[in-house]
Design a protein around this ligand. Structure first.
Ligand SMILES: NC(=O)c1ccc[n+]([C@@H]2O[C@H](COP(=O)([O-])OP(=O)(O)OC[C@H]3O[C@@H](n4cnc5c(N)ncnc54)[C@H](O)[C@@H]3O)[C@@H](O)[C@H]2O)c1
Length: 329
């Protein structure tokens, strides 16, 4: 978590609507970054309980050495209000994190846009509802955008920023700059089902379940393979850098075999076949999905090895969490 006035003075105040798993974590992040935060939940009683849980959470982080005492003081200063109007009236950013129910989101986003200052930016943390549909519930939707955080919000750096068709480009730019300033790693993505992260995560999950259902491996063994084989690379490289390093011709051949055994869902994409046909087979040819200068080709490999060695050292100290691997009760 980035602490203390890292947000370049925008927003001076943020409203968090829905103080559950995500809302509380985001409120803690905002407060730790020095932003004035106002929180509300479904009822005044729930809001009071939420403030208590927020303090407990920040105290736990501080006791574990993960959060400075000065940030706990900022969390203690988080305000609460009894309803949406009382929460959003004087803020620059409204963060909506109520449950994933389109009727409820309609009600809350409508109330937010009626009561928030005209220039306040309103974002929704929805994981799956189309941002374009939600934008219709917001008056002057140029100020509305998707902002999809991941659990736990305090520690997961990635945030998807999902503009609606109506979102003003200036708003997207401001949100990206703000997220970077508080230590997050935003990516602007399109408004397709599951956006990008949930689409890819669920494709992985479905194949993992299929491997177990087909008797190839136990859940524990699948988790070990994902974590320790290709998943080991993922903190540093995404699928495009990884496939470029492996060789796109190799990927094409492997996909052809997978398709034969597992069907159409493993058909090699047109864009991959075209790159291989053009000789753009990845880092070894200087270009694949991405372009590499000669200097980058060399640096990539040594930087990769440095990071993998460092990750192996970290894993010695912090091995995978040993839970759920026994025979159970
Ligand atoms: N949990 C996750 O891992 C996760 C990750 C990314 C995105 N999201 C999305 O974030 C949103 C919130 O998810 P969550 O997991 O925090 O849910 P949650 O159930 O933990 O929290 C939702 C909170 O909203 C409150 N609420 C209900 N009605 C309200 C109202 N009328 N006014 C104000 N508050 C109200 C609830 O009391 C609850 O405290 C959802 O859209 C979800 O899809 C969740």
């Amino acid at each position: 978590m980035q602490e203390r006035d890292s947000h370049h003075n925008w927003p001076r105040g943020a409203a968090v609507i829905g103080a559950g798993t995500m809302g509380l974590g985001v409120a803690e992040c905002f407060a730790a970054a020095g932003i004035r935060v106002i929180l509300t939940d479904a009822t005044p009683e729930l809001t009071r309980g939420a403030k208590g849980r927020l303090l407990h959470r920040a105290r736990g982080h501080a006791d574990a050495g993960l959060l400075a005492e000065s940030a706990v003081v900022m969390v203690e200063a988080v305000e609460t209000a009894d309803d949406v109007a009382g929460t959003v009236g004087d803020v620059g950013l409204v963060f909506e994190a109520v449950p994933e129910d389109i009727g409820l989101k309609q009600e809350i986003l409508g109330a937010c846009s009626a009561a928030a200052p005209r220039d306040a930016v309103i974002v929704s943390n929805t994981s799956s509802l189309p941002i374009n549909d939600l934008s219709e519930f917001v008056g002057r939707p140029g100020r509305f955008c998707g902002m999809h955080w991941f659990n736990p919000p305090e520690w997961t750096p990635g945030v998807e920023v999902i503009p609606a068709a109506a979102t003003a480009p200036e708003v997207v730019g401001r949100l990206v700059e703000f997220l970077r300033a508080i230590g997050k790693r935003p990516a602007v993505v399109g408004d397709g089902p599951g956006f990008v992260a949930n689409r890819i995560q669920n494709a992985l999950f479905l194949e993992a379940v299929r491997c177990v259902e087909e008797g190839l491996a136990s859940p524990q063994e699948v988790d070990e393979v994902v974590r320790s084989c290709f998943g080991f690379r993922l903190p540093f490289f995404g699928p495009f850098q990884i496939s470029d390093m492996a060789g796109l011709d190799v990927y094409e051949n492997v996909l052809d075999v997978l398709k034969e055994g597992l069907g159409e869902r493993f058909e090699a994409p047109e864009s991959l076949r075209k790159l291989v046909e053009e000789g753009r087979t990845g880092t070894k040819s200087g270009a694949g999905f991405l372009q590499y200068t000669e200097e980058e080709q060399e640096r990539l490999l040594i930087e990769r090895d440095r990071r993998y060695a460092a990750l192996n050292a970290l894993l010695e100290d912090l091995p995978p969490v040993d839970a759920g691997f026994g025979d159970g009760p």
